[in-house]
Design a protein around this ligand. Structure first.
Ligand code: GDP
Length: 365
């Protein structure tokens, strides 16, 4: 399963946030594909469409979809030189598909900051630099070999060398791979290098309880947003402490507490949705009388493989996908009316499933 790793310097609020994630945690029994590991937190993806479909169909049961956060401990300055838990830290990052980078944006004199003061941009740079140095080492290792091959006019080597040079130049200027523009061909080469700094990043600005209502007044948050904008990354503002409290509440209590605080959606829910989309994940629905359910697929997945997410037999025996978009279905008010209006399409093997599709798969057993 795709996962996003939570990283950050010590004392920025990672554990507090990860606690909130596991507290809010999904019943892993519902999600047999998820990893069982103390460092993995399974979260349900909040999706108002699921509620709406439940009202339309009135099923016995409604099941949201879920995905994973992985807690990655142990970053220290010098990780790329193998200091402390350094190597382990880097190898854990290698295994995740996206990074949620927690930065401290709260002042609290009782909580020591590892570098003595609150400065989120410096904190971001400390971690980013370790990842950049590790990537520089990987690129350097390939460089001389590819350079030799390129001299023999080997076409692939020439193309790769160009990419390596671009990367090396960026790394030496402390820029991550994700900040560089590549052509589609070059992107394929970059992908093959399995770099740490080409993974998408989401910055999580952890603010004090008092700042949740107007986070943009917090100068640290402003700085993080400006920084992230430059590398096309997103920022989510949370107060890890409050999230920990919210996570202990159930549906109705949670809604009341949020209303009291004057916020629409908890920071954790925002983080979950942002991380989900950062991973390139989308949702389709099945809506029967027994069960209305959300399913996660990778953007670009075709109908048979999407069916295989439910059960491998669905993929093997795939005939067609009876598909209606969420909007068309809601507008019609019922599946029957949607059919009358010709909104239910019969899609075949080449159909690329779209976010929000409500699908009934037909298959041979
Ligand atoms: P980690 O080392 O990054 O995992 O940080 P922790 O989650 O252990 O948090 C370090 C300290 O900061 C703990 O004492 C937390 O209670 C405190 N802390 C975390 N988030 C917040 C917050 O939003 N506001 C305040 N005031 N303290 C926080």
């Amino acid at each position: 399963a795709l996962t996003t790793g939570i990283v950050g310097l010590p004392n920025v609020g990672k554990s507090t946030l990860f606690n909130a994630i596991t507290q809010a945690g999904a019943e892993s029994a519902n999600y047999p594909f998820c990893t069982i590991d103390p460092n993995v937190g399974i979260v349900e993806v909040p999706d108002p469409r699921l509620q709406k479909l439940t009202e339309l169909v009135n099923p016995k049961k409604t099941v949201p979809t879920a995905f994973e956060f992985t807690d990655i401990a142990g970053i220290v300055e010098g990780a790329s030189k193998g200091e402390g838990l350094g190597n382990q830290f880097l190898s854990h990052i290698r295994q995740v598909d996206a990074i949620s980078h927690v930065v401290r944006c709260f002042d609290d004199e009782n909580i020591t900051h590892v570098s003595g003061s609150v400065d989120p941009i410096r904190d971001i740079s400390v971690i980013n630099l370790e990842l950049i140095l590790a990537d520089l080492e990987s690129v350097d290792k390939r460089f001389s070999r590819v350079q030799k091959l390129a001299k023999t006019k080997d076409k692939e080597a020439v193309a790769e060398l160009e990419v390596l040079e671009k990367l090396k130049d960026a790394f030496e200027n402390e820029k991550p791979a994700r900040s560089i523009e590549f052509t589609e061909e070059q992107q394929k080469i970059v992908k093959g290098l399995h770099l740490l700094t080409s993974k998408p990043v989401l910055y999580v600005a952890n603010v004090s309880e008092d700042d949740v209502l107007s986070p943009d007044d917090n100068p640290f948050v402003q700085k993080v947003k400006a920084f992230a904008a430059e590398e096309n990354s997103e920022v989510i503002v949370v107060s890890a402490k409050i999230e920990e409290e919210i996570a202990e509440l159930d549906g109705e209590e949670k809604a009341m507490f949020l209303e009291e605080l004057g916020i629409q959606e908890s920071g954790l829910d925002q983080l979950i949705r942002a991380a989900y989309s950062l991973l390139g994940l989308q949702t389709y629905f099945t809506a029967g009388e027994q069960e209305v359910r959300a399913w996660t697929f990778r953007k670009g997945t075709k109908a048979p493989q999407a069916a295989g997410i439910i059960h491998s037999d669905f993929e093997k025996g795939f005939i067609r996908a009876e598909t209606v978009s969420y909007n068309d279905l809601v507008e019609a008010g019922s599946m029957a009316v949607a059919k009358e209006r010709g909104k239910v399409r019969l899609e075949g093997k080449e159909y690329v499933v779209q976010d929000g599709d409500v699908i009934h798969f037909r298959f041979n057993v």
